[in-house]
Write a protein that binds this ligand. Structure first.
Ligand code: K1U
Ligand code: ZN
Length: 173
């Protein structure tokens, strides 16, 4: 397994709509393993392929935050939201592509998602709580949308400027 580099906003690759995966094969399973390793290392609870520069519809997540608890890694290929609850939930979100910035985002409290798993099996599940927030955040990544796109323009601009500064500093070493 290989740790992948996580892209930092602003980056045009984070704004592209990802393309569907035609077949689940060993390359896709290796990519999913790399993504899970990269997510746990960050650490994070989710990661979408565009965040490592791969414009394909693949995401991984594990919202078990308790380090003592058994991990529940999930691999979602070509995920689609098939139902959203009318009830909404607000969560203070973060993003591995926008380090150390957090903001409240309102999203449906429950969603039903259909996807293909790493064995090529069709799956459908209803998510709630942090899992629902995370899967929506990750599917947004597949559509080129970031959590800051839900914020007012001024706040979004301030965060973008901070990220530009961070990238300049990191480039200087
Ligand atoms: O997609 C990403 O950038 C990952 C992101 C997922 C996410 C977080 C919060 C709400 C919705 C989606 C993260 O994992 S940010 C880091 C984080 O939330 C976390 C890190 C360590 C322990 C627990 C949470
Ligand atoms: Zn994110």
């Amino acid at each position: 397994m290989t740790l992948r580099n996580i892209l930092i906003h602003p980056d045009p690759r984070l704004k592209k709509k990802a393309t569907p995966i035609a077949a689940v094969n060993d390359d896709i399973r290796r990519l999913a393993d790399d993504m899970l390793e990269t997510m746990y290392d960050a650490p994070g609870i989710g990661l979408a392929a565009p965040q490592i520069g791969i414009t394909e519809r693949l995401l991984v997540m594990d919202c078990v935050k308790d380090e003592e608890a058994t991990p529940e890694p999930m691999v979602l290929i070509n995920p689609e939201i098939t139902w959203s609850s009318e009830a909404l939930n607000v969560y203070e979100e973060g993003c591995l592509s926008i380090p150390e910035q957090y903001a409240e985002v309102e999203r449906p409290a429950e969603v039903e998602v259909q996807w293909t798993d790493e064995k090529g099996k069709q799956r459908r599940e209803r998510f709630d709580g942090l899992w629902a927030t995370c899967v929506q955040h990750e599917i947004d990544h597949l559509n080129g949308k970031l959590f800051i796109d839900y914020l007012k323009p001024l706040r979004r601009q301030m965060i973008t400027r901070k990220m530009q500064k961070l990238k300049r500093e990191r480039a200087r070493g």
